[in-house]
Ligand binder design. Structure first.
Ligand code: ADP
Length: 161
């Protein structure tokens, strides 16, 4: 039986930290579906289509990784994609509380879907989409922290369309 995990997030934009989580996920699962959440309350820098496009371009050569956009409940997406698990990454203890709450809530919604955590690679523990947006917005070089596909989008700047 093919084992599929959903990796949900805002991916505003996708970073090499996220890519590392996906690649670790592929050691545990046959297929990882990156679920790009609309998350309008976070007022993302990039519109949903662009965030999805950046993820798809990043994994263009990786057939075991696909990407979808979603607006509803994560457990509904998991059913739709026939996923057995939710994949998330942990960078530091500070991620834990929110992740624990989310995993517990998702378990209440569907106890059959397990949440699996993988630990960030040491050199990416400080990488977050927020810092990428801030550093890039001030003209800093983030080329070693994001996939190459993301650079032209960052260069073009904010685009909520
Ligand atoms: P969210 O809006 O749900 O926090 P993100 O796109 O910021 O979405 O992150 C999605 C997931 O990826 C979260 O589990 C987060 O902890 C994890 N993550 C983000 N950056 C890294 C990183 N550098 N290393 C490992 N995991 C990360």
């Amino acid at each position: 039986m093919k084992r599929t995990a959903i990796y949900p997030g805002t991916f505003d934009p996708i970073t090499l930290g996220h890519v590392d989580v996906v690649m670790r996920g592929l050691k545990l699962f046959d297929h990882v579906v990156v679920g790009v959440a609309a998350n309008p309350n976070k007022r993302p820098m990039f519109g949903l289509d662009r965030r999805l496009q950046m993820v798809r371009e990043t994994f263009a050569d990786e057939p075991a990784v696909t990407a979808v956009a979603f607006t509803g409940l994560l457990v509904d997406l998991a059913h739709e994609q026939r996923a057995h698990a939710i994949l998330r990454g942990l960078r530091a203890a500070s991620d834990f509380e929110y992740e624990f709450q989310m995993a517990t809530m998702n378990r209440r919604l569907d106890e059959k879907i397990e949440t699996a955590f993988v630990m960030a690679r040491e050199d990416y523990t400080f990488v977050s989409s927020r810092f990428i947006r801030e550093i890039s917005g001030m003209g800093g070089d983030v080329s070693e922290l994001v996939p190459a596909a993301v650079l032209p989008y960052l260069k073009a700047g904010e685009d909520r369309g």
